[in-house]
Design a protein around this ligand. Structure first.
Ligand code: NAP
Length: 356
């Protein structure tokens, strides 16, 4: 297997440092360069991360002495193949197309291009065929560079449990209520006096509409002829809340299924679909995408955020709903599966299936 030289842009933030942690000993990716703002550049990563490294394990020794570079349009591609972007959206908007134009494969966590007509939002277990869209991108005249995104940090906690249920019929309506952790706001994030002992019923502008828009795009198809995404047409209503939890986004999800020939459904039918949802991706970061927890007080962020090394969505408490058909609780590690780990899985999929 060819080794790919990779860099992280936005390497000093919450998601950036998760990339650095996950790239230690990666069998296909060699992390060679790290980028951030001018405030963090011109010093070693170790020094830039003093008081900012929030992981429970030390900075991997092989990366600690890398000198942090400024990410701007003086960027020199060198022997890089892949860029992992953990930049704020406003910065990503300007720089990611520039990097794609240099022929680089850009895997982004930022929202800036998720709505672009030819930029896919990939979850490998759900819509790997959306990689087809990168052929229509026009960032790089030589057609080598591209941008691929992963979804908003809460979304996979709804998308991965709902996807296997499509075998039961079309999903008709979904209501999502999120309880989002502090790490989702980046570092240093929400002031402690605003959040300790509190719940804030607001995350950011468009956070709720992003959940609907991105679910529609991910569950839809990319039409190779017309080169547009044909969205999946179900109703989604999202309510997003910030809660005083360090890491791990919890969702309450209610849904109804529309079936031409209604059959009586039992809890075990749905749980069986989750237990048998075991796509064999054969990728280094892949884990079982969902697990169902039988204890009625699970999942909980404190106990379950590291399921499958942070790559598995934990589901629990499936029960009938008096308004829609069913409801359940799910939990996603927002910095791993919801951010850096999700992006790495996308890059691994591209390497294995599309860059041969
Ligand atoms: N946190 C999550 O759970 C999560 C999940 C999914 C997606 N995301 C998305 O991932 C991205 C990063 O989020 P985060 O939580 O890691 O944010 P963060 O902790 O605030 O980190 C932001 C990073 O961007 C760099 N940066 C900021 N302004 C810059 C500029 N003008 N020029 C160059 N670099 C600049 C920062 O460098 P300095 O340290 O030098 O300022 C830092 O490395 C965002 O787009 C976010 O929406 C986050």
């Amino acid at each position: 297997m060819k080794i790919y030289n990779v860099c992280v842009i936005g390497a000093t933030g919450t998601v950036g440092q998760m990339f650095v942690k996950l790239l230690e000993n990666h069998p296909w990716f060699k992390l060679t360069r790290l980028f951030a703002s001018r405030d963090s550049a011109f010093q070693t990563y170790q020094s830039a991360m003093q008081n900012k490294w929030r992981q429970t394990t030390p900075i991997p020794a092989e990366f600690a002495q890398i000198e942090v570079e400024v990410i701007d349009k003086n960027f020199v591609k060198g022997d890089l193949n892949i860029v992992f972007s953990a930049l704020d959206s406003s910065v990503a908007e300007d720089i990611e197309p520039y990097l794609a134009a240099l022929g680089l494969a850009v895997f982004s966590n930022a929202a800036a291009y998720r709505n672009h007509q030819h930029v896919p939002i990939i979850i490998p277990e759900i819509n790997p065929h959306h990689f087809e869209a990168i052929r229509s991108q026009e960032f790089d005249p030589s057609n080598k560079g591209f941008i691929v995104t992963n979804p908003n940090c809460t979304l996979q906690a709804a998308a991965l449990p709902l996807f296997p249920l499509l075998k039961l019929g079309a999903i008709d309506k979904v209501i999502v209520t999120s309880m989002q952790a502090l790490s989702g706001a980046g570092y240093p994030g929400v002031p402690s006096l605003d959040i300790i002992g509190n719940v804030i019923p607001y995350i950011a502008q468009n956070e709720e509409s992003k959940i609907a828009d991105e679910l529609h795009k991910i569950f839809g198809v990319f039409d190779k002829k017309t080169k547009v995404f044909d969205d999946y047409g179900f109703s989604v209503s999202a309510s997003c809340n910030r809660v005083p939890v360090l890491n791990g986004h919890t969702l309450s999800v209610n849904f109804s299924i529309c079936n031409d020939t209604p059959i009586e459904l039992f809890e075990i039918d749905i749980i069986d679909l989750w237990e048998n949802f075991t796509p064999d991706l054969g990728l280094p970061s892949a884990q079982k995408p969902v697990i169902y927890m039988k204890e009625s007080n699970r999942p909980q962020p404190l106990l379950d955020q590291m399921a499958g090394n942070g790559m598995t969505v934990s589901i629990g408490n499936l029960r009938r709903c008096n308004v829609l058909d069913w409801k359940f609780t799910s939990l996603l590690n927002n910095t791993v599966r919801g951010a850096a780990g999700g992006s790495m899985l996308n890059a691994e999929l591209w390497v294995q299936k599309f860059d041969q």
